[in-house]
Design a protein around this ligand. Structure first.
Ligand code: OFO
Length: 169
């Protein structure tokens, strides 16, 4: 049976993963409307992945005798100044998620909940990958600067991009 405090924290993590999913969905829609088909394909996939991260938490909480709850969150922003802003916001958001995961891992150790601690290691590794990816894409955008041809190629490359090692169901 899961400890009540850990259950609450895991439900908070569900909220964050849901927020990530909705945020990236909104960004995907903005990119699609503005002609960035590669960026939008990448973000639609990323949004789905975040939903997978959320569902993993649902199953874990319920399997341990807790109750996974559907979160209520506000609508994500609809408009973005450009692709650079989108990826800057993704990196900022992922850094927040990483910090929350670290706090959650810490709480598990304090509560001696080693099962949840073990379960969360997947998220710890995933966050390293998520931050690395957002930073790599931002670095590319910095190199491209105002070069429209470069942005065209960036968008085209993202169309077929396959993220490394996302095993979320
Ligand atoms: Fe769930 O990894 Fe991003 O937020």
């Amino acid at each position: 049976m899961i400890d009540g405090k850990i259950e609450k924290l895991l439900n908070h993590q569900i909220e964050l993963e849901f927020e990530s999913s909705q945020y990236y969905l909104s960004m995907a829609s903005w990119a699609e409307k503005n002609g960035y088909n590669g960026v939008s394909t990448f973000l639609y996939k990323h949004s789905e992945e975040e939903r997978g991260h959320m569902l993993k938490l649902f199953h874990y909480i319920n399997d341990r005798g807790g109750h996974a709850l559907v979160p209520t969150i506000g609508a994500p922003p609809k408009e973005y100044k450009g692709v650079k802003e989108v990826f800057t916001k993704i990196l900022q958001h992922e850094r927040i998620v990483t910090s929350e995961i670290n706090d959650l891992v810490d709480a598990c150790l304090k509560a001696k909940d080693y099962s949840t601690h073990n379960f969360l290691q997947w998220y710890v590794s995933e966050q390293i990958e998520e931050e690395r990816l957002a930073q790599t894409l931002l670095d590319k955008l910095d190199l491209i600067g105002d070069d429209k041809g470069g942005l065209y190629l960036f968008d085209r490359d993202l169309e077929s991009f396959i993220p490394a090692g996302d095993g979320a169901a």
